[in-house]
Design a protein around this ligand. Sequence first.
Ligand SMILES: Nc1ncnc2c1ncn2[C@@H]1O[C@H](COP(=O)(O)OP(=O)(O)OP(=O)(O)O)[C@@H](O)[C@H]1O
Ligand SMILES: [Mg+2]
Length: 615
Amino acid sequence: MLKRILEYAKPFRKTLIWVSFLILLMALLGQVEPFITRSITDSLVQSQGDGQGLFTYIGILLLVLLLVKLVQSGLNRLSWFLTNIFVIKFEAHLKSLSFDHLMNLSLSFFNQQESGKIISKLDRGVNRLISIINNSGMHFLPNVITAIISFAIVIYYEWRIGVITVLAFIPYIVINRWRFEKNSKLEHEEHQLYDRHYAHFYEVLSSMELIKAFRAEEFEKKNLRTFFKKAIRLRQEMENNTNRSMVGDILLELLSWFMYAYIVYITWQGQITIGTLILLVSLIQLIRQPLWQLNWIFWEVKKAQIGARDFFKIMDAKSDVVDPVKPLEIKDVKGEIVFDNVSFTYKQDAFNYFDKNYDEQTKNEQQDEERPKQIPRNLQVFKDVSFTIKPGEMTAFVGPSGAGKTTIASMLMRFFDPDQGKILLDGVDVKNFRQRDLRSQIGLVSQSVYLFSSSIEENLRYAKPNATEAEMWQACKIARADEFIEKLDKGLKTTIGERGVRLSGGQRQRLSLARTILRDPKIIILDEATSALDSESEMYIQQALTEVLKNRTSVVIAHRLSTVQRSDKIIVIKDQHLLEEGTHQQLLKKDGLYASLFKIQSGDLSKLKEWDLVG
Ligand SMILES: Nc1ncnc2c1ncn2[C@@H]1O[C@H](COP(=O)(O)OP(=O)(O)OP(=O)(O)O)[C@@H](O)[C@H]1O
Ligand SMILES: [Mg+2]
């Protein structure tokens, strides 16, 4: 794992080496001080008379000390400067990498993940990776070298001190290990807790209307308090473990104290000079510092690895829909679409993508008691469905809610691939095209309207970045969006709020339609594109669209059958199958589901009586 982490830091190798070098240099300079102190002390204690020579000698030593200190502060600042710049660059690097990766993942991944959870995991993962590189990359090696040098110096002067100091660390390390084991489990729990609630509160903030309508404010407030209560409890438990591991610190202090006492004893015995006494005392400090830091870094890195795993999990997520190795070019699309024995099921088994992977890693981990494990429930949407959409024609899809009409649109866009069977565009399996090439040919007005919180103009430009104002107005006119945009103070420049909240439902739909019209695609899919509009506006749009759709393949999905009547072909789907197909007249004659739906919609009295809806 560490190898993989370092792999990410490769572009920053130079900076890392420089910083390590600086840290090492500073550590080495830090060793000068004890020696100077010893020399000064010994000279002061031993010398009698000869004031002039001593004065010069001590003067030089003090100057050297001053110089060392100045260089040290300079290096210190330089190393921090490099580190801070590195951290921000590394963060940008990691976040760009992960964002690129997310952008390339197929929709099924996002269908299964709350976006808040992804953000929470990415944030933590990136932070932990930075801390690993910071600690292990930059500090580990210099500290090892300092520890070795300090150890050599100490052994040279008094080997017993060296050995005892190292031994003193053994119980300390064992106890730290115990603490790590205890806390890493708690920490994982903490991560899960945060991810889940981050995702939830993220949703809460974007669903304020729902919260207010259902008077769920108190419930959500309580939710937050419960969450923090749990988070605090976990932290407290971790802190308690840390408290218990204080035994290690005490042992370490105790042993250091014994060494002090021993050194004082041998000085008193006259075995070493007072200067050496001071040197040895400083040496204990010298060897303790890097050892202590090594221990700390080691566990920090181990701890960070747990968080970094989240980052890798996101980076390891595979796309269900992949581009071909040798993509075919799309040229002069005619727009014939064929579904050839297509079967499709929305996959749900990867639901707990993150948790599932974790379960594999740590068996016997206690399950989260509040959230029952998602049972894979694979719901088949289509079974061996075949149909042809002729080029340049308008084909409509009709069927009960949940029959799979939107799914057909999604599969045409290759948001999902069929499990069996093929989808052909002009006779070529769509899997042979690059996804972006395919999508550049198809314009989708989706059933749920997606708008960004920027201005109307920026939302339109999403379809065509270099669109002129005239083109935008033209598209808006066809979608009948011009009439409400004209009334807005700032016209096209009006900002529409998150998800377009400042517009009415029908206005949002018209804007979304205008956006696709502006794209000017060869194939156009309208999934309930005018369902929120009044009948008059809808008729107007239908009329305006006639011109646009001429010689284009179009797919229209609608419950309101007046929208689909004039289609060249109407396909009725129900219960995983294609039920009926034909023109409006043919289907009426057939007197099946379509005819029945049509009768209800056109207010046929016998039908309404059948349902007891009229007296
Ligand atoms: N992203 C998804 N993940 C899992 N199941 C899904 C997903 N989207 C739709 N489904 C399921 O697939 C089936 C078909 O859904 P689809 O949205 O295609 O229906 P529809 O015909 O467009 O319905 P409506 O008329 O209500 O828009 C439904 O039973 C639905 O529960
Ligand atoms: Mg739908």
